[in-house]
Design a protein around this ligand. Structure first.
Ligand SMILES: [Zn+2]
Length: 162
């Protein structure tokens, strides 16, 4: 070896030893040697490095930061909003259950911003009204002489948020 080829990889002597040993025991065509060298080099170089975790999902944000008072964050893509459920199904084709399982989350992991769901249910209870006139016709009450329970629209509002 003239030593004119500078070997850039790790453990050049080890690589050389392995190659020399291999070549002396195997019938290797000269044109195969470069491949052999790079193959040995790659193998040695990858030793001691942490293996790429495979099949382990990396959340867009740490799980413990995925829920704030005013927003919930999608672990899939980092989307942030008041309600995750709809986003999950439209963006990722996931049900809430699939999402929780996929990320190993507790079944009571909030998918709606806590402040928002509290606000919505309080609103629904107090007013029993739809948002911004989306429900234009109020339920007729003439047939019901006595008030009981929550108005139907309130229940609907509460469900939408869940
Ligand atoms: Zn997402």
């Amino acid at each position: 070896m003239a030593g004119d080829a500078k070997y850039q990889g790790a453990f050049p002597q080890l690589v050389t030893k392995i190659i020399a040993s291999y070549v002396s025991h195997h019938n290797v065509a000269p044109e195969q040697i470069p491949d052999l060298i790079s193959s040995v080099h790659r193998t040695i170089d990858s030793l001691g490095k942490p293996a790429e975790p495979q099949g382990i999902l990396t959340p867009a944000v740490p799980v413990r930061r995925s829920v704030t008072r005013d927003a919930v964050v999608c672990l899939e893509c980092g989307w942030k909003g008041k309600m995750l459920r709809r986003h999950l199904s439209t963006r990722h084709g996931l049900t809430a259950e699939q999402y929780l399982k996929r990320w190993n989350l507790a079944s009571d992991h909030p998918l709606t911003a806590p402040a928002y769901s509290a606000q919505r249910s309080a609103l629904a209870k107090e007013l029993g009204l739809g948002r911004g006139g989306r429900q234009s016709a109020p339920a007729p009450v003439a047939a019901a002489p006595r008030r009981r329970g929550r108005p139907r629209s309130a229940a609907r509002i509460a469900r939408e948020g869940a």
